[in-house]
Design a protein around this ligand. Structure first.
Ligand code: OAD
Length: 255
């Protein structure tokens, strides 16, 4: 197993020169951490310190206390709205030019990969900037929503509360996104797992699936994860710095 960026580069050379190379990039909250968005398992900050995210991001929590869950997501939306792509996002967008096909499969709901210019992004857990009717599951623009006297937004069609278009614990992932992510993982030549703890299924299965199908597995994370066990190459570091160095090294390969 390779454990640093320099030893990884020779293994990427055949991929860069291969006109039909396919790469999957699985990302988690660690990629957005350098944009100021706390990772999921970091301690919650400020007002929300006393809440456990795993207790707020559930259908039951929303049914019990829609206002609390809605306000928590408004806090997270504000964090994401103020966040900008960091060098890690930018490097992943730049990496597209080295491969015939580069697909980003993200667990993040902040939308920053697309803002950075990545063109093929599968959002496994949804997107915080979209709202949907909690009963009909259809997207609703805020401008068209009605407001209740306790400040919550409701669907103009059926009157049910709006909720963020994100996957909650215990909910199924968007079928098309998941099917495509599994297909891309089975067909790729290399899969990079970046900034994810690899603890949440079904996303955590994608690296194993790719490995079984013969792909080269790279992990970029300051800390070990269950994915470390199957990685062919591990680079222990922050995504922003490692990916920026990786793109510079690949550009030297390509010149
Ligand atoms: P976690 O918070 O579980 O893990 C973040 C990972 O990023 C950890 O492995 C950190 O070591 C790593 N990390 C932190 N800073 C980093 C940096 N600057 N560069 C690279 N890596 C860094 O977040 P996720 O793995 O994304 O699901 O969590 C997966 C899912 O768990 C989330 O999408 C969410 C939660 O349940 C839903 O909301 C459905």
């Amino acid at each position: 197993m390779l454990t640093n960026l320099q030893s990884l580069i020779p293994h990427l050379r055949p991929l860069i020169s291969n006109p039909s190379s396919r790469v999957v990039i699985l990302t988690g909250a660690g990629v957005s951490e350098e944009s100021g968005i706390p990772t999921f398992r970091d301690a919650q900050t400020g007002l929300w310190a006393k809440y456990d995210p795993l207790e707020l991001a559930t259908p039951d929590a929303f049914a019990r206390n829609p206002k609390l869950v809605w306000e928590w997501y408004e806090w997270r939306r504000a964090l994401c709205r103020d966040a900008k792509p960091n060098p890690g996002h930018d490097a992943l967008a730049a990496m597209e030019k080295f491969f015939a096909r580069l697909v980003i499969v993200t667990q993040n709901i902040d939308g920053l990969h697309r803002v950075a210019g990545s063109r093929d992004v599968i959002e496994l857990h949804g997107n915080l900037q979209r709202d949907k009717c909690s009963r009909e599951n259809v997207m609703v623009e805020r401008a068209n929503a009605c407001t209740t006297n306790d400040g919550l937004l409701v669907c103009p069609q059926c009157g049910a509360y709006l909720r963020p278009d994100v996957v909650w614990f215990g909910e199924t992932l968007p079928r098309d996104a998941l099917e495509r992510a599994f297909r891309e993982a089975m067909l790729c030549d290399a899969l990079f797992s970046i900034g994810t703890s690899g603890l949440v299924e079904p996303a955590a299965s994608l690296p194993r699936l790719a490995k079984q199908a013969g792909a080269f597995i790279v992990e970029i994370n300051p800390a070990p994860t269950p994915i470390s066990e199957i990685a062919d190459a591990i680079v222990r570091g922050k995504a922003g710095q490692v990916l920026s160095e990786l793109v510079r090294a690949m550009e030297r390969l390509g010149s």
